[in-house]
Design a protein. Structure first.
Length: 441
């Protein structure tokens, strides 16, 4: 490294964001993830024993994925290399793998390769790593905020251990903030900062388990607040609130948060919990989810989960979807909320849903029966010669517009697909069918 590069690195280190300056350098300084790093836990033992498998650190931003990689770099006696999937290509991978192979041949030293944002590597880039991981030339350590089971090649993933990191707990974030306020070398200890408890609690809450957000927001608040007459920097809740402005919702329209939040929304409607339904709806709206996507989920739930227990539910759901086109957002949130709450509060029945699924299963897996002669089309000249429509009984000619006759193919004539419940309006349907058929379905 030349003098200019050295000076640049020193300047970057000095001017780096607070979260970067306060990054732990060893396991003793690391905060959180006790399920992995507590005394005697797997990752703790693996790092201390320098016996690391190839693995992927998977978790939300600001939970310590890159920090753990840096601790490994400081701890291991193996060769350590680092690549970013954002800026590296196959050429960079080839350079690292050739060097790793050479070091293993000449010195018997294995190489740990850390790849940040590993999910950004395409298939060919991931494939380039596979033979070196498989042969043990490389110990691959990746970090990603995206679900590796979706984003990483199955062949590569099968040779790695997925280590899931969790959002930091409130007490962990408070400890990190306290350290930063006291640390005079890397933190804010020289600034004479006074921050009240409400401000700390608000910052911890809004950071939502993300250490980087908490620390960098604190630094911004300190740097933008003038000193009082006594030379102190006083930070209250309003200052923190002003520095953060808008809370960043963890939500990726093609990632885990999208699918998990959608699942929670649907299950809350199905589970008849209007409060949870509104919460997950609000999260999707705030995160910028397509309102038509939300509307389609409500329509599906109206039929799948409410069904004939309240036939009005489908009308309300479809109307809400149409209203989005008419009024747009943000006002569209109102009909969406009305429809979602209606679905959540309505009586539930999935009898129609189960019925069509069972019927489809028979159509796909069993012999497809012929249409009974009396039900066949009679609209063309030769139909009568083929006995089409013979002995068909027109229901409206009979009391209650009902006459017992066979409608299913012979092979399935006694099959029952629709079993109405006694929930809501469907109870009326059940009673009518039982009275018509003179038997309990």
């Amino acid at each position: 490294m030349d003098l200019f590069s050295y000076n640049m690195e020193r300047q970057l280190e000095k001017e780096a964001p607070l979260a970067e300056r306060m990054r732990p350098k060893n396991l003793k300084e690391f905060v959180g993830q006790n399920h992995l790093l507590g005394e005697g836990k797997f990752l703790n033992r693996a790092i201390k024993g320098d016996r690391l498998p190839s693995m992927i650190f998977y978790g939300p931003p600001g939970t310590g994925k890159t920090t753990l990689a840096m601790i490994i770099a400081n701890t291991t006696e193996m060769n350590f290399e680092k690549l970013s999937a954002v800026t590296s290509g196959v050429k960079d991978i080839r350079k690292v793998t050739e060097s790793a192979e050479e070091k293993l041949k000449m010195y018997g030293r294995r190489t740990i390769l850390f790849i940040d944002e590993i999910h950004r590597f395409n298939k060919s880039q991931q494939d380039a790593l596979l033979p070196f991981v498989e042969r043990g030339i490389l110990i691959l350590v990746g970090a990603t905020t995206e679900n590796p089971y979706f984003e990483v090649n199955k062949a590569l993933l099968s040779r790695m251990t997925v280590i899931q990191l969790e959002p930091l707990k409130d007490e962990d974030l408070k400890l990190l903030l306290s350290r930063a306020l006291k640390d005079s070398r890397s933190g804010l200890g020289k600034k004479d900062v006074k921050i009240d408890e409400k401000a700390i609690n608000y910052l911890v809450n809004i950071a939502d388990g993300d250490a980087r957000t908490a620390l960098n927001s604190l630094e911004l608040a300190v740097l933008t607040t003038p000193k009082d007459n006594e030379g102190k920097i006083l930070i209250n809740k309003e200052v923190i609130k002003d520095c953060i402005q808008t809370r960043g919702i963890k939500y990726d329209k093609s990632g885990d948060e999208h699918y998990d939040t959608t699942s929670a929304f649907i299950k809350s409607m199905r589970g008849s919990d209007p409060d949870a339904t509104l919460y997950w709806l609000a999260k999707m709206i705030e995160a910028g989810e397509d309102p038509k996507f939300i509307g389609r989920r409500i329509i599906i739930s109206a039929s799948e989960d409410v069904g004939n227990a309240d036939p009005q539910a489908l009308n309300i759901a479809v109307s809400a979807f149409q209203a989005i086109d008419i009024i747009g957002m943000p006002e569209g949130r109102i009909p969406l909320a009305q429809a979602a709450v209606y679905i959540a509060c309505a009586p539930k029945s999935n009898a129609s849903y189960l019925g069509i699924n069972n019927a489809l299963e028979d159509v796909r897996d069993k012999k497809v029966g012929l249409v009974p002669l009396h039900l066949r089309d009679t609209s063309y000249n030769k139909a009568k010669e083929l006995n089409h429509g013979v002995d068909y009984k027109y229901p409206h000619d009979y009391p209650n517009a009902y006459i017992k006759q066979q409608y299913l193919p012979n092979e399935l004539k006694d099959k029952v697909y629709y079993n109405p419940t006694e929930n809501g309006y469907e109870k009326n349907i059940k009673e009518r069918l039982d009275s018509l058929f003179d038997k309990k379905k």
